[in-house]
Ligand binder design. Sequence first.
Ligand code: TEU
Length: 539
Amino acid sequence: MAEKWWQKAVVYQIYPKSFQDSDGDGVGDLPGITSRLPYLAKLGVDVIWLSPVYASPMDDNGYDISDYRAIAPVFGSMDDFDAMLARAHELGMKVVMDLVANHSSDEHRWFKESRSSRTNPYRDYYYWRDPVDGHEPSNMGAVFGGSIWEWDEMTAQYYLHCFSKKQPDLNWENPRVRDEVYDLMDFWLAKGVDGFRMDVIGMIAKDTTFPSGEPGPTGYSPLWPLINDDQVHVWLREMRERVLSRYDTMTVGECGGATVETAKKYANLDGSELSMVFQFEHVGLTGSPERGKWVTDKPRLSDLKRVFERWETGLEGVAWNSLYWDNHDQPRAVSRWVEASEENRERAAKMLATCLHLMKGTPYIYQGEELGMTNYPFASVEECDDLEAHDAYRMLTQDCGCSHEEAMDALREICRDNARTPMQWDDGPEAGFTTGAPWLPVNPNHAWINAAAQTDDADSVFSHYRRLIELRHESEELFVYERRLGDERMLVVCNFSKREVVFETPSRYVGSRRLANNYSEPAESVLRPFECFALLCTS
Ligand code: TEU
């Protein structure tokens, strides 16, 4: 099966709120992103994954969408989006958007209609249920705390929300909901967007009997048994047939519960569903039944190796892996996966990059990971913005009996705000991110961890990522083979690209006879555009 473009690509995730502010309001925006695209082109990435920029009340920083076809004014205008997309394409980079279709905002027109009356045509766009014995219909807990059910006085029923109560779940059982989603996907693809990262797409199919389970320390039962792992594939195949099949897209599904077996369906190389999935086995290696992910343990290397070994061999030849250490929901890679002092931080960051980028699959770089950016030293939960962090602090101190410091240790280790502090561009005020007051504090270590200090330093973390990306591309651009006859060996090297490509001559051929070359002088360690030569030696 011919390789797809996204199998050779490296993806860079931008969290718009924290990437680059252009108007001094302290919040990143689309013109800011556009101004930094040359930086990404220098890094060499092929695809940008843009976290949501749609209209939103920002209860969950844009993962609560109130209009799927409008840009949030804080990020700019649709013209700003179009300019960013055009510039990215000019620089040879594709752009995939974040499709958040498991739920909308409670401020979306659909939900306002749905909650207005039990007979409203939009009522079944969401899940509404009567009380059971005067209580919530079931005892499952939401990801951001409390019940998955919220009482709505207007029509005296509960509505379902697996995340915050401002994120009501869309009812995918309703074909009109699916039609709406496919239409909005078409809207963005027709604008030239190159695909989607699909937020919690593994959760769109649910056990609509809404069972209860064994309550945990919070008094609620775990959410995950709600997921219907079979039906989701039916709807993804329908999505493929109705929309995706008409475009050359890359799609990556966030599938927290995916296993190697289900990923063979989600990410099958036959193109029937998605290009790839984000699985959560490695990022879920730490945690406890009582505290969930809010622990300070480091993952064991033996466990980490086992996870990647299983996914690399398990999908080989059948489906395609994504490869990632962090994203906007995870702590910073170099703070999370190793115990690195500042003295070893850069070395550790390069090691993590090398380990991940040379595996088989599509690697993802989260903004700032290429600089070795670290977690933030949050002193109090008030310094955190994320609704999940605030819920976690309450759960740890009230349900788990943790002290303030124990709770803060957990937040400093694992909270999502670690990844959301502003991008560190230089050692100047607010790290060059904004001329105003940043929405989240800039890490003080921007004084020495910043892009300006690294982009022209061959030994920097940035340059290491750049070489790894080149390496991935080179393997797509070099045609190298060796022939043997008795003691004689001939190495034939051909650069099929117009780019300079790093190439180290194998030691046995150093100093050997050079023939069939198309440049007069031998290459040092870089092949020039379309360079070819053969080396002849007697072993
Ligand atoms: O995250 C889904 C998800 O897995 C969440 O449970 C999240 O990872 C959380 O931190 C786990 O403790 C997606 C988005 O990536 C996230 O930013 C949103 O908050 C969430 O869905 C709701 O849209």
